[in-house]
Design a protein around this ligand. Structure first.
Ligand SMILES: *Cc1c(COP(=O)(O)O)cnc(C)c1O
Length: 949
């Protein structure tokens, strides 16, 4: 046996454990269990065809060799992406630290106060720099954020009677090309008409509900947003500003001029370009729109002791509640990157940011001056970091290319140069020499850079920012290292214990998969470089597409979507384009079973479809008769069905082939939500089941860590007839022959994160992947078996087996006054993160162990659950003072001199022996959600400000 095989490291249970677990389940072999679990007629006959697996050592060598195929030229392309300096203390302690990258979205606030604080810092940083009232804790990329801004302004237009029914949205021609493409993608399906033009000649008297400006513009010229916003306000046109965050250090905050929304990327705050992502976008707006804000907002509240505590605010906005009334489908965002960007601001503070911004501006100014001296025409009259030169672009391009320099060439007579944080005087001299050569002149050598200001007076920044303590305390490495550690210690991540969140697939994120993300030749590639410089990337991206195409049984893959929900939207838009290509523009009905994830209906509405909900049976399956009725009723307008497989109830529905056929027979396409792909890989696949398109959550099934709520990658895989419509990009040619417009800003979405899934597949190979699926099913069924008699599993397959996850019913405990939340909070005292609470069925827990958890860990989890059940048995309906209702118990509480509870301190904090070895202390008592929503505070303001209203 090759004991270095990666599968042995990735998969938890050892062979003898597997045998004993199978014995517990009463089956002879793993194959017998799989036979009892997955319907025969959907099983793959020939397995997967993938490369032979590599060991970790082999893989690291392989990925290092591939990295050499990327040419990290010095890059001044700009357009929303810049070389940056990631402080090593942030790289080592966050990006490379499983304590940060393996955490989940902070739904369980009591064991997530660390990242909640980092995200509150992020929001504060954004609020300060943009001058707005509230901000969210990140979006997927700048262009998506711009589209969300447009959607928000569209959604709120009806609150202004004069704008009811108005559907025109003005887009500055100075917007980034990728943003324009995304605005087009999102505008058309919901009936927004985009009008692209020059903001200086905009006619304010015509009827628009909103406008978006780029600040500074794509070619570097700073537009006078102040007078535009003034006039727009007079005409009741709402204005969104896409702003460069670093430039806001020198430019007055758009909020000061009355902007309604400010969006942009925080990539410049120390995040590697990574060939396009992942990076965190920001979204800031006015209080008045707090309920319309897409994504997650972190808010301040208090815990059961009245102490300050943080949690995600206004959860009623989430798609699970709003479903087809939701205006956005954002679920996974870019939390890890937001945390990193916030730490960049914490580390540099306002002084540091000013130094960096001045450095950039002064160098750009100096370059402009010297180029003028050499006789070049630089036409930006007011700029931050980007020069626009009118010259023979072809000539410059040739010289620059020979010197391994990337500039940007918008047309044959224009060259733009974006200066960044890494640019040195030497680099400036090198740039000058290129232009001198083109002009056939002696070069000019500079040796010093002076302080200058080339920004028009009326919009120079006068307001202060980052004045709070947190941004003025941790400026030495020791201090920042300890601050990061102090936050990390408050958060429960996979490096503490199993996180059995159903539907989220919290499996191992192997160190070998993660290591290359820190490497210069993967991090330092701009998404718009000539393809020849990105050969390493193109190779792994193509290969990953092929691997995913094989695994899903489809014809092609697009890696663009930055999350599962974006994949849903992309897939539906591809289906729409397909119908339209056949002249069937009217097909707009999307059937969605009632048990679907909330992002499904939200995505369908964004794609301009009408949602028709279909029923589930008592067994949790799709009610086929109801579906048939509705498919036939709508057959002339049927666009598609969205179906999750195995179902969100954790069952492989045996009728699935009948279901997909039914939809096809009535003219529709089948969209499969691939969030549960961990129950399919190697054993069955969407193609085989009869679907036409599915998204995959690479951050679930394919080992990208959840990062505390992102990054995600949500590629779509499609059947042959849909291949021509895969999404494109306006700058780099990607996608199908009749590509729909962009789904994400970068041509390949979050390319850097794709390395992880590539490595995962490369190291497991066909056999390891298939084995993983089988063990995921074994682990789930083992838990089901161990909990029997204490917790009822709600749904099972025809032969009584669960899939890779199961729903346990906690509703019967209401008779004892115990809610599912009490169990979730009590699990924290046992050192565990709760499984998924109340999805897809209210009052239940959905448990998904994944293949990576060992038998020992699963046994501890089951012991905890069974022990909690015993505790529940001791409670009664009117008893509000028990170990469950008071959970979680903090260190502060347990070590206080007074102790008024009817149980012992030991019972509270160390309910089982194993807990003593590795105690995790929740840092706050139970948080008060309602209070926080009533008193929404989403930035770190001084403590005195928390007075009850
Ligand atoms: C996670 C999940 C999604 C959404 O995926 P994101 O990557 O968070 O956008 C959609 N459907 C199901 C069933 C899921 O579990």
């Amino acid at each position: 046996m090759n004991t270095n095989a990666f599968a042995l490291r990735h998969i938890g249970p050892r062979e003898e454990d597997q045998n004993s677990m199978l014995k517990t389940l009463g089956v002879d072999s793993l194959d017998q269990l799989i036979y009892e679990t997955i319907p025969d007629d959907i099983r793959l006959k020939n397995g997967l065809h993938l490369d032979e697996p590599m060991t970790e050592h082999e893989y690291l060598h392989h990925i290092h060799e591939l990295s050499k195929k990327n040419k990290a030229y010095t890059t001044y392309i700009g357009l929303g992406y810049h070389p940056t300096i990631l402080p090593a203390v942030i790289q080592r302690n966050i990006l490379e630290n499983p304590g940060w990258y393996t955490a989940y979205t902070p739904y369980q606030a009591e064991i997530a106060q660390g990242r909640l604080e980092a995200l509150l810092n992020f929001q504060t940083m954004v609020i300060d720099l943009t001058g707005m009232e509230i901000a969210n804790a990140s979006l997927l990329d700048e262009s998506t954020a711009a589209a969300e801004a447009m959607s928000l302004l569209f959604a709120v237009r009806d609150r202004n009677q004069k704008k009811t029914g108005v559907n025109k949205f003005f887009v500055s021609e100075n917007i980034l090309p990728q943003t324009l493409s995304l605005l087009e993608t999102r505008a058309t399906p919901i009936g927004i008409a985009l009008v692209v033009g020059n903001e200086n000649t905009f006619d304010f008297s015509s009827d628009f509900f909103g406008a978006i400006l780029q600040y500074p513009g794509k070619n570097g010229q700073i537009t006078d947003i102040k007078s535009f916003i003034n006039k727009a306000n007079d005409s009741q046109i709402k204005v969104a500003v896409a702003a460069d965050l670093l430039s806001l250090v020198k430019l007055e905050a758009p909020g000061k001029f009355g902007a309604d929304v400010v969006i942009g990327t925080t990539q410049r705050f120390g995040i590697p370009m990574g060939y396009g992502g992942p990076h965190a976008a920001f979204f800031a707006t006015k209080q008045a729109y707090k309920r319309d804000l897409p994504g997650r907002i972190i808010g301040v509240t208090k815990d059961a002791n009245g102490n300050r505590a943080l949690r995600m605010a206004l959860q009623t906005r989430e798609q699970h509640i709003k479903r087809d009334k939701a205006t956005s489908n954002i679920c996974t965002a870019q939390v890890l990157l937001a945390v990193m960007a916030s730490m960049y601001a914490v580390y540099h503070g306002s002084k540091g940011l000013k130094f960096i911004a001045n450095k950039v501006h002064n160098k750009a100014s100096k370059l402009a001056e010297v180029l003028k001296e050499l006789g070049f025409e630089q036409i930006n009259t007011s700029f931050f970091d980007t020069l626009q030169i009118k010259t023979d672009a072809k000539k410059i391009r040739k010289i620059a290319k020979d010197k391994k320099i990337n500039l940007y060439y918008p047309d044959s007579k224009t060259v733009t140069i974006s200066i960044n944080e890494t640019t040195s005087i030497k680099d400036i001299n090198y740039l000058i020499s290129i232009f001198a050569k083109a002009a056939k002149k002696e070069t000019i050598v500079i040796s010093a850079i002076e302080d200058v200001n080339n920004i028009q007076k009326s919009i120079q920044r006068t307001s202060s920012f980052l004045t709070l303590d947190v941004f003025n305390t941790y400026h030495s490495e020791t201090e920042l290292m300890r601050y990061i550690k102090s936050l990390e210690r408050k958060d429960l991540s996979l490096n503490h214990s199993m996180i059995s969140l159903g539907s989220c697939t919290m499996k191992l994120n192997a160190a070998s998969e993660m290591l290359p993300l820190s490497w210069f030749k993967w991090g330092n590639i701009h998404p718009f470089v000539p393809l020849k410089q990105a050969k390493g990337y193109l190779k792994i991206l193509k290969k990953l597409e092929d691997q995913l195409t094989e695994i899903t049984g489809f014809a092609a893959t697009s890696l663009q979507p930055n999350s599962g929900a974006q994949g849903e939207f992309a897939g539906l838009m591809v289906i729409k384009a397909y119908h339209e290509s056949r002249g069937e523009h009217h097909r707009n009905i999307c059937l969605i079973p009632s048990s679907a994830h909330g992002t499904n209906p939200a995505s369908a509405v964004m794609a301009g479809m009408k949602v028709v909900v279909t029923k589930s049976t008592a067994e949790g399956n799709i009610d086929v008769e109801d579906l048939r009725e509705k498919a036939i009723l709508h057959k002339n307008n049927l666009s598609c069905l969205m179906v999750t497989y195995p179902s969100t109830h954790g069952v492989y529905e045996s009728a699935i082939k009948e279901i997909t056929k039914l939809i096809h027979d009535n003219g529709g396409q089948v969209y499969m939500d691939g969030a549960n792909m961990n129950a399919q890989v190697g054993l069955t696949n969407p193609g085989n089941i009869g679907a036409d398109v599915c998204h995959l959550n690479l951050h679930k099934t394919f080992a990208i860590p959840h990062g505390g709520g992102g990054p995600g990658v949500g590629p779509i895989c499609v059947a042959k007839q849909l291949v021509p419509f895969l999404p494109g990009n306006p700058i780099v040619k990607t996608g199908g022959k009749e590509a729909i417009t962009a789904i994400s800003a970068a041509p390949f979405g979050s390319a850097l994160a794709c390395l992880i899934s590539y490595g995962y597949i490369k190291m497991l190979g066909a056999e390891g992947l298939t084995e993983s699926t089988k063990i995921a099913i074994l682990n789930a069924n083992y838990i089901k078996n161990r909990l029997e008699g204490n917790f009822d599993t709600l749904y099972s397959g025809e032969r009584g087996r669960a899939a890779h996850e199961m729903i346990v019913d906690c509703r019967p405990f209401k008779a004892n006054g115990i809610e599912v939340t009490d169990i979730a909070k009590r699990l924290m005292d046992y050192g565990f993160h709760a499984p998924t609470v109340s999805f897809p069925v209210a009052g239940t827990l959905m448990i998904e162990p994944t293949e990576s958890e060992s038998k020992a860990e699963i046994d501890r989890f089951c012991d905890a659950m069974i022990s909690i059940k015993k505790e529940i048995d001791k409670t009664s309906k009117d008893d509000n003072n028990n170990v469950l209702k008071n959970a979680p118990h903090t260190l502060d509480m347990v070590t206080k001199d007074e102790w008024h509870f009817p149980y012992s301190r030991e019972e509270a904090a160390f309910p089982l022996n194993y807990v003593k070895d590795n105690k995790f202390w929740p840092s706050v008592r139970r948080v008060d959600d309602a209070y926080g929503d009533r008193n929404l505070i989403c930035s770190c303001i001084p403590v005195e400000a928390y007075v009850e209203v």
